[in-house]
Design a protein around this ligand. Structure first.
Ligand SMILES: *[C@@H]1O[C@H](CO)[C@@H](O)[C@H](O)[C@H]1NC(C)=O
Ligand SMILES: *[C@@H]1O[C@H](CO)[C@@H](O)[C@H](O)[C@H]1NC(C)=O
Length: 452
């Protein structure tokens, strides 16, 4: 608590004009008074909303919603670049992932904008989400939201000549890439961080990749993990085996592990507890103890409860995967160690259970094909986009790991998971990670014509 108070004082004192943004640059939109909502170690953000059409492409529909974003203009000088961090589900998360752009902004006199995705925590068009009212949660509408926001910012004289840099995180990384593809006049440069660009229903290569990573822990590790997971999966088939697993992993008595969907959840839990299998390969490791010391309450392994809470609280979370991208981490491949409990139909069943009759697998297939055709999958025809991935991230198999061209380079950061590049340098960070961040900054600066 003390730390927070101190930090907030620092924040106010060091800011020239932290929360007053005098000029109404967003004509046509009414704004609340600036609310200082959060801050990073060194930067202050103010929070705003911009009122946007629910449907950008249907003039007859005049419904609107408020997209929440935050801005840090403390380093901005007229004509400096605009950095847009996109797109998080909850604006507060941005604190962790804006350090790199804040630094870029300091070094280039830029302004940082941090946006939620539509339907995100503070950007909901509807009070209650249901399968029918999620139909406006799609790529075209999302990109139109950001385009509108950028065009509104650029209405202000101080920003009219500003270069626009998008820093896209995971899903946001692909929208950023595609905006550069479609609107090269509006978007000057992009960092696509852990961007899953290839739409694919059965993303079986994710678990293949994660399995191969185990080889880092020694030659026998892959096989050891495979044996361990296959043993657990066999145990799940018998009454005694299930009881043993329940004890070993502190599963709640009422969890019914004979249900196939629960078995997937159980295997996923085992995978998580064993750090993706790593523990089976290290000498003297005991996941049992590691695990139990951390939790006091039992693990409720229940597909049904998961679906119920998702329906009540975050129906937006899986929506685009079920309707546009797929990205299902199945166990379809023989060349992976994590068993067979997550076939493709598990995921399509989940989509059906979440979105009822709105879900249509044939429509998903068609959208996946269309998405890859429109945007080029993992060979998009773009320049001035830098693709960044973490070596340990299985989803990087859907991204770009090698330079597409000199003007669209790729970086794979050793020993990292997702979007580590977006955070600030810390004493714990490897040299490779620091160098990756440095290369990103240099590349972006050279693309927007800012001297280093
Ligand atoms: C959107 O924000 C404006 C300005 O703060 C406010 O007047 C309006 O009620 C908001 N609309 C919704 C739907 O929350
Ligand atoms: C890629 O884009 C450039 C210009 O933006 C265009 O001239 C070229 O034909 C495109 N290449 C392909 C393979 O579509």
């Amino acid at each position: 608590m003390k730390v927070i108070i101190l930090a907030s004082l620092l924040c106010v004192v060091t800011s020239a004009y932290p929360f007053s943004f005098e000029k109404d640059i967003y004509s046509g939109t009414k704004f609340p008074k600036d609310i200082p909502v959060y801050f990073t170690n060194t930067e202050c953000f103010g929070q705003r909303v911009i009122q946007l059409p629910l449907d950008h492409f249907n003039e007859k529909d005049d419904r609107t919603f408020n997209l929440t974003y935050a801005l840090n203009i403390n380093n901005f000088k007229p004509g400096g670049p605009i950095y847009l961090v996109m797109d998080v589900d909850y604006i507060g998360i941005g604190e962790y992932y804006s350090s790199q752009v804040n630094r870029l902004a300091r070094e280039t006199n830029g302004a940082v904008f941090l946006t939620e995705r539509r339907y995100g925590a503070n950007s909901r068009p509807f009070e209650r989400l249901d399968p029918k009212n999620l139909q406006w949660l799609n790529t075209k509408q999302i990109m139109a939201d950001y385009e509108t926001l950028i065009r509104n910012i650029k209405k202000d004289q101080d920003y009219s000549q500003s270069k626009v840099v998008l820093y896209g995180l995971t899903r946001g990384g692909k929208f950023a890439t595609w905006m550069r593809l479609l609107k090269p006049d509006l978007v000057d440069a992009v960092v696509a961080s852990s961007a899953t660009l290839l739409a694919k229903k059965d993303a079986k290569e994710v678990l293949e990749y994660e399995s191969n990573l185990l080889k880092r822990f020694g030659t026998g590790c892959y096989d050891k993990a495979k044996t361990a997971f296959s043993t657990y999966e066999k145990m799940l088939k018998t009454v005694e085996g299930r009881e043993k697993i329940k004890t070993e992993f502190n599963v709640c008595p009422e969890s019914d592990l004979s249900i196939p969907e629960n078995q997937y959840f159980m295997m996923d839990l085992i995978k998580m507890v064993s750090y993706n299998g790593e523990l089976y390969c290290k000498e003297n490791s005991n996941h049992d103890q590691d695990f139990k010391s951390e939790i006091e309450i039992c693990n409720d392994v229940s597909y049904e409860k998961y679906i119920d809470s998702a329906k009540a609280l975050y129906l937006n979370f899986h929506y685009q995967d079920c309707f546009e991208f797929g990205h299902f981490k199945t166990t379809s491949s023989k060349n992976q160690v994590f068993g067979n409990s997550a076939p493709l139909h598990f995921f399509t069943k989940m989509c059906k259970d979440l979105y009822d009759t709105e879900f249509d697998e044939a429509k998903l297939d068609k959208n996946i094909e269309l998405t890859n055709k429109l945007y080029g999958g993992n060979q998009p025809n773009v320049t001035k986009v830098i693709f960044v991935n973490g070596e340990l991230d299985g989803a990087s198999t859907l991204s770009i790991l090698e330079d597409l061209s000199a003007e669209s380079p790729a970086i794979v950061i050793p020993d990292q998971y997702k979007i580590a590049d977006a955070q600030q340098d810390s004493w714990k960070d490897s040299e490779e990670l620091r160098n990756a961040r440095k290369k990103i900054r240099q590349t972006i600066k050279s693309w927007i014509g800012s001297s280093d």
